[in-house]
Design a protein. Structure first.
Length: 265
């Protein structure tokens, strides 16, 4: 099964583009869930979520709706974590995810590593420790640094039941190229936009992702996504070009290109 959604949903600049003007912010998720059956929660990267918050979000969505959850940044961006700290943070996050898992609404946990996370033996060992800390949960890993483009990486990911997060981002030296590989039960694809000018030089984080894909650019991924779907139990496709509602527009467009019918209602 292929599901398409966006990286986040609670954006004020989506009014008039995706959300109708005047819609209460508390109704955004319910409205979103009438058009998509998948969302990636990104606020969980900036703050450790609570079980109460995720349970409330689950209640606002219909049966069959799934959440992918971006891992809290201390687990992916701190290189000085002790084993005890890793265990503690992982325990807190697992407890927070419990309401989603118990309701069958947890699609995947995404560990997005920064460009500075390079292909070293120490970092490979950390990935193994991270997998152990979240054993039993679907887990995908996103790399930014092109050093990881090695066949032994994909062997390692398969051996540890880790999904590989395929990315579409600017074709800049050192950034991960647009490879589509299946290494676990969950296929994962993230579209970051191709704003090469602002990727490294921006004053606001959203500028990096300010990009609207053309139909031709999305079309490059249609056969890749379909191939992933044939090799995995589920394939999750997330649009992260969220500025000004562009992610929602491209996600709806890609759904149609993949032949995914509109949701009822």
């Amino acid at each position: 099964m292929i599901r398409v959604g966006t990286s986040g949903f609670n954006y004020s600049d989506w009014y008039g583009v995706f959300y109708p003007p005047g819609l209460d912010r508390g109704e955004m998720l319910s409205f979103y869930a009438r058009r998509f059956d998948l969302v990636e929660l990104d606020f969980t990267y900036y703050q450790m979520p609570s079980a109460h918050t995720l349970a409330a979000m689950a209640e606002k969505t219909p049966e069959g709706f799934l959440f992918s959850v971006k891992m809290y940044r201390d687990l992916t961006h701190r290189r000085d974590l002790t084993g005890a700290e890793l265990s503690s943070l992982a325990g807190r996050l697992r407890a927070a995810l419990a309401p989603l898992a118990e309701r069958g609404k947890l699609a995947c946990l995404l560990a997005q590593f920064p460009w500075s996370f390079k292909a070293t033996s120490e970092n490979t060992e950390f990935l193994a420790a991270l997998r152990e800390a979240f054993s039993g949960l679907p887990l995908a890993v996103e790399f930014r640094n092109a050093e990881w483009v090695r066949e032994d990486l994909f062997v390692f990911l398969r051996d540890f039941d880790l999904g590989f997060c395929c990315v579409d981002e600017p074709r800049l030296p050192g950034l991960f190229p647009p490879l589509a590989r299946a290494t676990g039960p969950v296929g994962y694809v993230r579209f970051h936009g191709r704003n090469a000018t602002k990727w490294w030089r921006h004053s606001q984080a959203w500028e990096r992702y300010d990009y609207l894909y053309s139909q031709a650019e999305l079309g490059e991924w249609v056969p890749r996504i379909q191939a992933l779907a044939r090799e995995t139990a589920s394939t999750l496709v997330l649009m992260n070009n969220c500025h000004a509602g562009q992610a929602a527009l491209n996600a709806l467009q890609l759904r149609r290109m993949l032949g995914i019918p509109d949701l009822p209602g």
